[in-house]
Write a protein of this length. Structure first.
Lengths: 347, 455
C-alpha cells in the first residue's frame, strides 16, 4: 500500500510540474518574448483557459499527500514554513496577475500585472526547484520528526543548512531553466508567426543552458547525498532513468530543429518526468531524509496513514482520476490549435 | 503574543477573508442556474443577459476564492502540523477529494460557461452553468465534512502512533452534523447572493439607470432571499441548534450567555456577558424561551456554564456570545426585510417604494457579517477543542515555528489581502456601474475569467 501511494503522490506532483510548468515557463519568458502588446496578449491567451486547471494538480496532489502521509505533510510543511508562505503569496500574485490584467484597458494597469506575472512565475520556479533539492539533500530532523529551516544560513550543505545553499540554488536554477525551456516549447506549439519563431530561438538557446545545468546537477546530487545511488546500485536497471533524461534532452533539440513542435514539447514533458522519477527512485523508500542521522529519516512506513483510510482512498481516487482526465482532455481539446491575439476557444 | 494565539489569528483571518468569496459564488451559482432555467423556459433573452452579467461578478469572486483558498489547505501543515499529523488520515481525505472531484470540474466548466454560449446549444449552456453550480457545492460539502468531523468526531479509531484513521468511510461522510451544517451553511450562501442581487437591483432603481434589469434583479433577489431566509431559520438553523445542544452543551451555554443551569431557561436578547462575575450586564431577556427552543417545552432544564469545569468553557466566551447574537439578530432582520419586500412585490409596489429600496441596498454587506458570525460561533464554540473531545487547540499548532515567523507571515497576509480587497472593490464597482446591458456582446475569452475587447 505504501508503494502504491508513494507513486500516486509522485505521479500527481509530476503532473503538476509538467502542466503548471509550461504556464510558469511562459511567465518566465514573458518580458523577453512579449515585446508588443499583441505578443503579450498571445502569451496570456496561450495559457489563459488552462492555468487554473493545471494548478489544481498542486492542490489535489497536496491534499493526497496530506491524506496518505500525514506525518510527512506535517513535518515538511511546518519545517519549510517561510518558503511555503512565500510560495503561497507568489501563487496569489500570479493568479491575480493573469486574470486581472485584461480587466482595465490601461497601459499602467497592464504593465504592473505583466511585471508581477514575470516575477511571480520566475520565483515560483526557483522555489519549487529549491524545495525538491531540499528534500534530496535532507533536513535536520529532530527526534520528534520535526525541524525548522531558516531561509539561509551559511550557504553550505551540512548538518544545519538553510533552505538555500549552493546545492539547492542549483536545484532552483535547474527548475528555472527547465520550465523556461518547457514554456518556450509550449509557445512554439501554440503561438503563430513571429512569436513562434522567437519562441523557437529561445528554446534553442535555453537548451544549451539546460544541458549544462542538468550535467552539473547530477554529480552535485551524488556529492551531497551519496546514498542516492544505493537504489541504483541495487537495481541497475534504474540507470536507464538518467539515460532517458539525456535522451529526452537530445529529443528536445532535434525535434525543435526538425520543426516537430509537438514531439519537442512531449520530450520536454518526459524530461521533467524522468528528472522527478530519477530523484524519487533515489529516495525510495525514504520520503524526507535526515541530514544528521539516517535513523531519523521519514520513511513511507513511518508516515503512512491507517490501512482502512488508504484502502478506501484507492477507490475514490481511481474514480476521481478518471473524471479528472476526462475534464483535462475536454479542456485541452476545446483549446486545441494555435492561439492568436484575438481568437479564443476552438479557433 | 505567543505562537499559539498567533497561529489562531492567522487561520481565523485568512479563512474569514477567504470565505467572503465562496459564500457569494456558491449562492450566485444557484441563482445563475435559475436565471438560465427561466430564460430556457420563457425564451426571454433578458434572463440570459442577467446571467451573463452575474457571471462576470461570479468570475472575479471565483478567482479571489481560488487564490485565497490555496493557503487554507497549506496552513494545516504549516501552522497546525501536530493537528495535521494526528488527523491527516481522516480529514486529509475530504480535502484531497475536494481537489479531485470539485476543483477539476469547476475549472473546466467555468470556461465553458463564461465563453461557450455562442458555440453551444441553449440547453448545453444551461448544463455548463449547472456543472459550475454542482462543482462549487461539492467543494463546499467536502469542507463542511472536514469541519463537521472536528466538531463532532465519529467513525474513527486511534492508531498506535497517536494518529487517527477513518473506521467507516460512509459513516464519516454521512456524519449528521455535516449534513445539518451543510444545509444551514449553503442556505446562508444563498442569502448572501440574494441580498447582493437584490441590492444591485435596488441600486439601479434608485439611481434610475438599467431599470429593466433592476426590476429583474429585485424580483429574483427578493424571492430567493425570502425562501433562503426562512429556511435559514427553520428548519436548518433550528435543527442544527438542537444538535449542537445535544453534543456541545457548553457551546450552547456560551452562545446564549447562560451561566447558571436552570429550568425554564431564558433567552437573552441583548446584554453584555461578564465572564468574571458570571452574569449578563444590562440584560433584556425572555423567560422560558430557550428551554422551549432547545427541548420543545418551557420547563426543560438547560445546562449553564456552571455545569462544566472551567477548563472546558469556550475559551473566547464574550466573542462567542456576540458572534451568535449578531448572527441571530441579523437573521431576524433579513427575514423581516424580505417579508415586507416580498409582500410589496406581490402587491406590485416594490419597484417604486423607495423607503424599502434603500434598506435593501444598504443591507447587502450584512449577510457577509452574518455568515462570518455564524462560522465564528461554530469554531469558537468548539474551543478549547480543536477536535471536539479528542485534541485540544493548544496541542495542535506547530511548535517548531516561532511566534516571530508566524507574525511575519500574518502581517504579509494582512498586506496582501488589503490589496486584494481594493482590487475587488474597484472591479466589482466597474461591473455594476457599467451595467448588464453591456454584457449583451458575446466576448472572446482571453484567460479563464476575463475577456479582452476587440480592438
Amino acid at each position: 500500500m505504501g508503494f502504491v501511494w508513494f507513486w500516486i503522490v509522485a505521479v500527481m506532483i509530476a503532473a503538476y510540474v509538467v502542466l503548471d510548468g509550461f504556464d510558469l515557463g511562459v511567465g518566465i519568458l514573458s518580458p523577453f518574448l512579449g515585446r508588443t502588446e499583441d505578443a503579450r496578449r498571445t502569451l496570456y491567451r496561450s495559457i489563459g483557459p488552462v492555468w487554473d486547471g493545471n494548478e489544481v494538480w498542486l492542490l489535489a496532489g497536496g491534499g493526497t499527500l496530506y491524506f496518505a502521509f500525514p506525518l510527512l505533510y506535517a513535518s515538511s510543511f511546518s519545517g519549510f514554513y517561510l518558503p511555503l508562505m512565500i510560495v503561497l503569496w507568489l501563487l496569489i500574485m500570479r493568479g491575480v496577475s493573469i486574470e486581472l490584467r485584461m480587466h482595465i484597458d490601461h497601459d499602467v494597469w497592464r504593465s504592473f500585472f505583466d511585471g508581477l506575472f514575470f516575477v511571480a512565475s520566475a520565483l515560483l520556479a526557483i522555489f519549487f526547484g529549491a524545495a525538491l533539492a531540499n528534500v534530496i539533500r535532507g533536513v535536520p530532523l529532530g527526534a520528534d520528526n520535526y525541524f525548522f529551516l531558516p531561509l539561509w544560513t551559511n550557504w553550505r550543505v551540512g548538518a544545519n543548512p538553510g533552505i538555500l545553499d549552493w546545492y539547492t540554488v542549483i536545484g532552483g536554477v535547474v527548475a528555472l531553466v527547465a520550465l523556461a525551456t518547457h514554456g518556450a516549447l509550449w509557445l512554439v506549439l501554440k503561438a503563430p508567426g513571429e512569436l513562434e519563431n522567437r519562441a523557437r530561438r529561445a528554446a534553442s538557446t535555453l537548451w544549451v543552458a539546460l544541458l549544462l545545468i542538468t550535467l552539473i546537477s547530477l554529480p552535485a546530487t551524488i556529492a551531497v547525498r551519496p546514498s542516492a545511488l544505493d537504489n541504483y546500485e541495487a537495481h541497475r536497471i534504474l540507470y536507464a532513468i538518467p539515460a532517458l533524461v539525456v535522451a529526452t534532452l537530445i529529443g528536445i533539440l532535434s525535434f525543435t530543429k526538425q520543426r516537430k513542435p509537438l514531439a519537442a514539447f512531449l520530450s520536454s514533458c518526459l524530461y521533467l518526468v524522468f528528472m522527478l522519477v530519477g530523484a524519487a527512485a533515489g529516495l525510495y523508500p525514504t520520503l524526507l531524509p535526515s541530514s544528521t542521522d539516517p535513523a531519523r529519516d521519514i520513511t513511507i512506513a513511518g508516515a503512512l496513514a491507517g490501512p482502512h483510510s488508504l484502502h478506501v482512498g484507492l477507490i475514490w481516487w481511481s474514480i476521481g482520476l478518471v473524471l479528472a482526465l476526462g475534464y483535462f482532455f475536454t479542456s485541452y481539446w476545446l483549446f486545441r490549435g494555435k492561439v492568436t491575439a484575438e481568437a479564443g476557444y476552438g479557433h | 503574543m505567543n505562537a499559539l494565539l498567533l497561529d489562531r489569528i492567522h487561520f481565523a483571518f485568512t479563512v474569514t477573508f477567504h470565505y467572503l468569496f465562496p459564500q457569494l459564488t456558491m449562492g450566485l451559482a444557484l441563482l445563475m442556474v435559475v436565471m438560465k432555467l427561466i430564460a430556457l423556459r420563457t425564451n426571454d433573452d433578458r434572463w440570459n443577459q442577467a446571467a451573463r452579467f452575474w457571471a462576470k461578478i461570479f468570475a472575479i469572486n471565483f478567482l479571489l476564492g481560488v487564490v485565497t483558498g490555496i493557503p487554507m489547505e497549506f496552513q494545516f501543515g504549516t501552522n497546525w502540523s501536530e493537528f495535521a499529523r494526528r488527523t491527516g488520515g481522516v480529514i486529509g481525505q475530504p480535502l484531497a477529494m475536494e481537489g479531485v472531484f470539485a476543483f477539476f470540474l469547476e475549472s473546466t466548466f467555468l470556461g465553458l460557461f463564461l465563453f461557450g454560449e455562442k458555440r453551444m446549444s441553449k440547453v448545453a449552456h444551461f448544463g455548463a452553468a449547472t456543472m459550475v453550480f454542482v462543482g462549487s457545492w461539492i467543494s463546499g460539502f467536502f469542507i463542511i465534512v472536514t469541519d463537521a468531523w472536528m466538531q463532532h468526531p465519529l467513525a474513527y479509531h486511534l492508531l498506535p502512533n497517536g494518529s487517527y484513521e477513518v473506521s467507516s468511510f460512509w459513516k464519516f461522510m454521512l456524519n449528521p452534523w455535516a449534513w445539518l451544517q451543510y444545509a444551514h451553511n449553503m442556505c446562508g450562501a444563498v442569502v448572501t447572493a440574494s441580498f447582493v442581487v437584490a441590492a444591485t437591483g435596488a441600486f439601479y432603481l434608485l439611481e434610475k439607470s438599467h431599470q429593466e434589469f433592476g426590476r429583474l434583479f429585485l424580483k429574483i433577489g427578493v424571492i430567493a432571499g425570502l425562501i433562503s431566509c426562512v429556511v435559514q431559520i427553520f428548519p436548518t438553523g433550528d435543527f442544527h441548534g438542537r444538535y449542537v445542544a445535544k453534543y456541545q452543551p457548553a457551546a450552547i451555554a456560551g452562545m446564549e450567555g447562560l451561566f447558571r443551569t436552570q429550568k425554564g431557561a431564558p433567552v437573552v436578547l441583548i446584554g453584555q456577558p461578564d465572564e468574571n462575575a458570571q452574569k449578563i450586564d444590562n440584560p433584556l431577556v425572555v423567560n422560558d424561551v430557550l428551554s422551549f427552543l432547545l427541548y420543545g417545552t418551557t420547563s426543560a432544564e438547560v445546562k449553564g456554564l456552571d455545569a462544566f469545569p472551567r477548563d472546558q468553557w469556550p475559551s473566547a466566551l464574550p466573542l462567542l456570545y456576540y458572534s451568535y447574537h449578531i448572527m441571530v439578530g441579523l437573521g431576524t432582520w433579513f427575514l423581516l426585510l424580505m417579508l415586507v419586500a416580498a409582500f410589496l412585490l406581490w402587491r406590485g409596489k416594490l419597484y417604486s417604494a423607495r423607503w424599502i429600496l434603500w434598506p435593501i441596498l444598504l443591507s447587502f454587506p450584512l449577510p457577509y457579517i452574518a455568515n462570518t458570525a455564524g462560522w465564528m460561533t461554530a469554531e469558537i464554540g468548539r474551543q478549547p477543542w480543536l477536535v471536539y473531545g479528542l485534541i485540544r487547540t493548544s496541542e495542535g499548532y506547530s511548535t517548531h515555528v516561532s511566534a516571530g515567523n508566524t507574525l511575519f507571515t500574518l502581517l504579509g497576509f494582512l498586506g496582501m489581502y488589503s490589496v486584494l480587497s481594493i482590487l475587488w472593490i474597484v472591479l466589482v464597482y466597474r461591473f455594476i456601474s457599467t451595467g448588464p446591458a453591456a454584457a449583451a456582446v458575446e466576448p472572446e475569452p482571453a484567460t479563464l475569467t476575463t475577456v479582452q475587447e476587440k480592438r
